[in-house]
Design a protein around this ligand. Structure first.
Ligand code: MN
Length: 244
């Protein structure tokens, strides 16, 4: 099975080189997201010789209010990578000033990506789906992956209509919303992720190979074999990348 981990914090494992070695050995296509522009160069260096891992430049919404001054640095680094994340909005905070800072940061990143064109974004949208979709607009000239989507079925439909993909992780497959999300979104828009090391599975921080548990759940939901589910995700990932 060809595995895809579309959202992994490779740089946040205790031993990133060991995780990277497993990724290479098993051939797992991985988007290595980062949470602040200051750590991007180290992630870029770590995966520079990897066949399977692509480094993503990010500024996590939960850090936006304290790191907004790093925005120019992020925009300056944009030309160095096609992948952008983790970015987005998180409205768990009810602090108006923090939410406003998040919106400024995300809007500036979306604008920078739109100017460049062809970027692939992995986007956080907890409790903030309508504002995330509004910031992206209907004609964003790139690809958007909504990571760990927890919005309503209606919001999922709207996001899919705007062209978004959804990357689903091992924690999501056991949530009450899982069946509804998978029933709502067409399978061509589904990707897999771990969000490791934040997501735990079987009592340990998820590693890229743990996307297999998502593939198993997708196969069950789609009524197909695990090999077919894995192939479907691979085809969707290739389409997202614009591969022929
Ligand atoms: Mn994440």
């Amino acid at each position: 099975m060809r595995l895809i981990d579309a959202h992994c914090h490779l740089d946040l494992y205790p031993d990133p080189a060991a995780v990277l070695a497993t990724i290479e050995q098993r051939g797992i296509y991985t988007i290595a997201v980062t949470n602040a522009p200051v750590v991007f160069p180290a992630c870029q260096a770590l995966v520079s010789t990897s066949r399977f891992v692509r480094p993503a430049l990010g500024l996590h919404p939960e850090l936006a209010h304290e790191r907004e001054q790093e925005l120019p640095r992020l925009l300056a680094l944009l030309s160095q990578t096609r992948y952008v994340g983790e970015v987005g909005l998180d409205y768990v905070t009810t602090e108006g000033a923090d939410r406003a800072a998040q919106r400024r940061v995300f809007a500036a990143i979306v604008q920078g990506c739109a100017l460049a064109g062809g970027k692939i974004l992995t986007v956080h949208s907890r409790r903030a789906v309508p504002d995330v979709l509004a910031a992206l607009g209907d004609r964003f000239p790139g690809q958007v992956i909504l990571h760990w989507f927890t919005g309503s079925a209606r919001q999922a439909e709207r996001a899919a209509a705007q062209g978004c993909y959804f990357s689903v992780n091992p924690a999501m497959v056991t949530s009450p919303n899982w069946d509804r999300l998978i029933a709502t979104v067409s399978r061509e828009r589904i990707l897999t992720e771990t969000d490791g090391p934040f997501v735990h599975t079987h009592g340990h921080p998820a590693q890229p190979a743990d996307v297999v548990s998502v593939t198993v759940a997708l196969a069950k939901q789609w009524g197909c074999s695990e090999a077919e589910a894995s192939e479907q995700v691979f085809i969707s990932f290739r389409r997202l990348l614009g591969a022929p």
